[in-house]
Design a protein around this ligand. Structure first.
Ligand code: HEM
Length: 508
């Protein structure tokens, strides 16, 4: 059967494929008795208009965070069940339900659903982000949180970050001198990529032109992981593995690159002068944690995958919001220039600690524009009660943190960009980005929370403060404003480039 489907997928029309899939699934469904899980799921609120085979997939538009929020309003403001293909998916859309899933029952919901593409790309999902909950995940997560992304490590990589800031500033100065617009989306993307490359692999990549290769590889990763993967919604058709076949080819390219980098690190002598990068660290703890070479490669890929696009997207949205809100931009500029003082070649990370408005800008931008608006899907490992419903074991769970951030019952003027809301003392203390405020979860919360938050904060604040300190910014003449249209891939980013004209600030 799988072979027939594979041939149809390659050569047949979409209609003939849909018909055969329909018959296959209906036959399977009829052959199965109604399970306890099915009975529990049928009690959950769920939209009508469910179609055979695809279930509710047709209700999920090109911007899923938005269509899920709209569906939840009508059919389940706290929790709602969608049938995405054959996969029952719980959608969580209120802070109370998010707290139940990520705090009260964190231990139950801390696994990940299987993804055929992630299995291929991440060496059997032996990275951190896609690994199912269990001893292996616990150990690799410990490697990442206690050896790679600790506050001390983030502080140590400060010189490398500042070096990347200098290079970015030089590019902007050239544009300012020529009075041309800078593509800040591209600048942020290169910057985030270069910062992560430096931290992970040391100085090798840039010198050998490899940063661009990493960017290309990550772009294909995003296409493979973010696209419509038949396997994710119809796991019983796992034989029909066209996307996975592409992923196998792509993984080979990663293999070549990562193997050569690891080999170079293995060959490095102790007298080589360099700052310890992530590859050095992973090699040094390899035995202690019984990591295979494939495990190391999977963890390295995670660092690139999880750390690069998210950071660039966060910066791009923040700057776009500042350009749309000149008063906020002026207020931030005043703070940065006051705290850093006059005549600085570069605003350093020491200067950042007193910039409370900058921190409020980051929170507010992440509230409105979480780069991963639906987190990474969670997966329940046991039966458990949430908001009065029993959720069966084996349910895929999506947390719509984008909807939480814009919930008008939780936030005053929820759709407006107002960093001031985080300047009130009580609000500032209650609303950190550390997963304690269940209305504000761009990094998630609980066991699966992002371990890269310190790294991100340092990267985000350094470049933004420097761009704001050294330059005044204008929208290019002849354009009407900043287009905030979104595009959904693996993350949600702005669709259009952020083109803005820099002018060197004379009074700093
Ligand atoms: C703006 C920047 C970033 C954002 C918004 C972000 C957001 C997230 C989110 C939403 C998750 C999933 C949480 C969940 O499923 O509950 C996650 C997981 C993860 N992030 Fe980040 N992240 C960012 C930067 C980084 C960086 C810089 C790194 C590392 C260099 C990183 C490494 C990871 C890893 C390894 C995981 C998987 C955690 C696990 O499954 O246990 N992230 N991140």
């Amino acid at each position: 059967m799988a072979q027939v489907l594979a041939q149809l997928y390659e050569h047949g029309s979409p209609q003939s494929l849909a018909l055969v899939v329909l018959l296959f699934l209906v036959a399977m469904r009829l052959a199965m008795p109604r399970s306890r899980a099915e009975k529990l799921l049928s009690k959950l609120p769920s939209p009508p208009f469910r179609l055979p085979v695809i279930g509710h997939l047709h209700l999920v538009g090109p911007l899923p965070h938005r269509s899920l929020r709209d569906l939840a309003r009508w059919h389940g403001p706290d929790v709602m069940l969608l049938r995405l293909g054959t996969v029952p998916t719980l959608v969580v859309s209120s802070p109370r339900a998010a707290k139940a899933v990520l705090r009260t029952h964190d231990h139950v919901f801390a696994s990940r659903p299987r993804s055929a593409v992630a299995d291929v790309l991440f060496y059997g999902s032996t990275d951190v982000a896609f690994a199912p909950y269990g001893e292996y995940w616990r150990q690799t997560r410990k490697v990442v949180t206690t050896h790679l992304l600790t506050p001390r490590k983030v502080r140590c990589s400060r010189a490398a970050r500042e070096q990347e800031v200098r290079l970015a500033l030089a590019r902007v100065r050239d544009a300012a001198a020529a009075r041309t617009a800078v593509d800040l989306s591209e600048l942020f993307s290169f910057f985030a990529n270069d910062v992560v490359c430096q931290a992970v692999t040391g100085r090798l990549p840039r010198e050998q032109g490899r940063n661009k290769l990493f960017r290309d590889l990550l772009e294909t990763n995003a296409k493979l992981l973010g696209g419509f993967n038949l396997d994710d919604y119809f796991p019983s058709l796992a034989g029909l593995n066209v996307v996975s076949a592409k992923a196998v080819k792509h993984r080979k390219r990663w293999d070549n690159l990562l193997d050569s980098l690891i080999d170079k690190h293995v060959r490095k002598t102790v007298t080589d002068e360099h700052e310890e990068d992530f590859i050095d660290v992973l090699l040094s703890v390899q035995q202690e944690y019984s990591l295979t070479r494939d495990n190391i490669k999977a963890i390295l890929m995670d660092m690139f995958e999880a750390g690069t696009d998210t950071t660039y997207i966060a910066l791009d949205f923040a700057m776009a919001e500042l350009m749309r809100n000149p008063k906020t931009m002026a207020k931030l500029q005043a703070e940065v220039r006051r705290c850093a003082g006059k005549g600085k070649e570069i605003v350093t990370e020491e200067d950042l600690s007193s910039m409370s408005y900058l921190k409020a800008v980051m929170k507010e931008s992440m509230r409105l524009h979480a780069p991963g608006p639906l987190l990474i899907p969670h997966f329940s490992m046991a039966e458990c009660d949430v908001e009065g419903y029993t959720i069966p074991s084996g349910t895929r769970v999506i947390l719509n943190v984008w909807a939480l951030g814009r919930d008008p019952t939780c936030w005053e003027s929820a759709e407006e960009f107002m960093p001031e809301r985080f300047m009130e003392e009580a609000m500032d203390a209650a609303s950190d980005l550390q997963g304690n405020d269940f209305r504000l979860l761009p990094f998630g919360s609980g066991r699966r929370m992002c371990p890269g938050i310190n790294f991100t904060t340092a990267t985000f604040e350094t470049i933004l403060a420097n761009l704001i300190y050294h330059f005044n910014w204008e929208i290019p003449p002849g354009t009407t404003g900043i287009d905030m249209t979104e595009s959904y891939g693996m993350d949600v980013h702005r669709k259009e480039k952020l083109l803005v004209v820099p002018c060197v600030a004379q009074d700093v």
